[in-house]
Design a protein around this ligand. Structure first.
Ligand code: SAJ
Length: 416
């Protein structure tokens, strides 16, 4: 296993718990040491994975180090390194070259990292062949099986989600036999490009659909309509489904994968990706504008106001707080002289007493629809607030109910 991040650690643990001997390698010594000691190399709340890692470590089937030399005799090598937006893939390229130098003849190499369509054939295969002197399909087999894990449900998702095994028939046969040890979901065999396109397309499709929901929400605000009312009427047409408008799109997959898909499209033809990404990435600024507008109605200037942000993770129920719209909202408000208080029931850094966070704040801004917030009534929110302002970025509260509770209300998609 090359790479001991969220994906690599989860996959390593799953195979070790299935009875295989697994050695994980990461150039980050702290990650390798954590896994070698039976501890998660990241501080997310993953109770099932934490227990399984401890079991795998106790069994002696899971070890870890920083040296690729330790995988010389591996029959299967899984590559789970980060693949950022730009298709340059420096980490993946370095990994392929270093792996090629130690790869055992007859081994199966599987890239689980999400890559731009075409990368397996144009980048991964030639780099491994050049570094090993081997020929793919003769001296080693090469496959692509993009991860489908999700923070907060890492192990459950790996076991449950269907997977696409891309490669030559010889490679996909071995991949299916391997993954059957840990995956309960369907295993489909196809070629590299189809597998690459499937993974990047599934998230691009979702990002574009979210962007449409956000654009509809902005149109509703501008026209004086309610997003939920319009959506309900649109969805009366059987095959129409509009996703949730909100404060933006966060997480490790959605902001990145559309650009990998875009990289495979003909640059001389129009693409949905830039527009969809621009719409979604502009939503945090729109939320800040709603906060400023609502505070203005309450005769409170943004500069010097005290604002409570409710929800810092990237989605409800998740402890994942990297690359989230909430962090953008927080930073924008701080740059405008706002005293920001942040709360999140799932993120350790932002846990604490909600009442204390709300007490004396001029405004409450709901950014993530965690159950703890959805259960609150407008009156619960109005009581501790100094200037009685509520901005709802996730379609949680009823505008009329909020105003009846004495709140100055603004909401994404909630036209007046
Ligand atoms: N979001 C919206 N509106 C929506 C849905 C999501 O604004 O209608 C936002 C969320 O708040 C979050 C971001 O988008 O900030 C991503 O949310 P997500 O539900 O797409 O969650 P992810 O990033 O964990 O997406 C994963 C993906 N699965 C994998 O990559 C294996 C995605 O393909 C799945 O569709 C999604 O989970 C899922 O269905 O839960």
């Amino acid at each position: 296993m090359l790479g001991l991040g969220h994906v690599g650690t989860t996959v390593a643990v799953a195979f070790a718990c299935a009875g295989l001997r697994v050695h994980g390698v990461d150039h980050d010594a702290s990650r390798a040491l954590a896994v070698a000691a039976g501890r998660l190399p990241f501080d997310d709340e993953e109770p099932e994975l934490t227990r399984a890692l401890a079991d795998a470590h106790a069994s002696g089937r899971l070890t870890a180090s920083t040296s690729l030399d330790d995988v010389r005799d591996a029959g299967v090598v899984l590559v789970c390194v980060e693949t950022p937006t730009a298709p340059a893939f420096e980490a993946l390229r370095a990994c392929c070259t270093q792996l090629g130098a130690v790869l055992r003849r007859g081994a199966l190499v599987i890239v689980e990292a999400t890559v731009a369509p075409g990368t397996m054939g144009a980048v991964v295969r030639p780099l491994i062949e050049a570094a090993s002197g081997y020929t793919e399909g003769v001296d080693f087999l090469l496959g692509h099986c993009a991860e489908r894990v999700m923070p907060g449900r890492l192990l459950a998702n790996l076991r449950r989600m269907p997977r696409v095994c891309g490669g030559s028939p010889a490679a996909t046969r071995r991949m299916v036999a391997l993954y059957r040890a840990v995956v309960e979901g369907e295993l489909d065999e196809t070629d590299w490009v189809t597998a690459e396109l499937t993974k990047t397309a599934e998230n691009t499709h979702r990002d574009v659909a979210i962007a449409f929901a956000n654009q509809l929400a902005l149109a509703c605000e501008r026209a004086g309509a309610d997003f939920l009312a319009v959506r309900a009427l649109v969805e009366k047409i059987g095959d129409r489904r509009v996703l949730e408008a909100g404060a933006g799109v966060g997480g490790q997959c959605m902001p990145k994968d559309p650009w990998l898909f875009h990289a495979a499209c003909d640059p001389s033809t129009p693409s949905l990706v830039p527009a969809a990404r621009a719409i979604n990435e502009a939503m945090p600024d729109h939320v800040v504008a709603l906060v400023e507008e609502a505070l203005g109605e309450a005769k409170v200037a943004l500069d010097g106001a005290r604002v409570a942000l409710l929800g810092m993770s990237y989605k409800p129920g998740s402890a994942e707080a990297r690359r989230t719209p909430s962090l953008v909202v927080r930073d924008r408000l701080l740059s405008r002289g706002v005293e920001v208080r942040a709360h999140d029931p799932c993120v350790a850094a932002f846990r604490g007493d909600l009442a204390t966070v709300l007490e004396g704040a001029d405004a409450a801004v709901l950014l993530v629809a965690h159950d703890a917030y959805v259960r609150l009534s407008p009156a619960d929110l109005a009581r501790p607030l100094r200037s009685k302002v509520l901005v709802d970025a996730r379609l949680v509260f009823d505008p009329a109910g909020a105003r009846a509770a004495g709140l100055v209300f603004r909401g994404v998609g909630r036209g007046r």
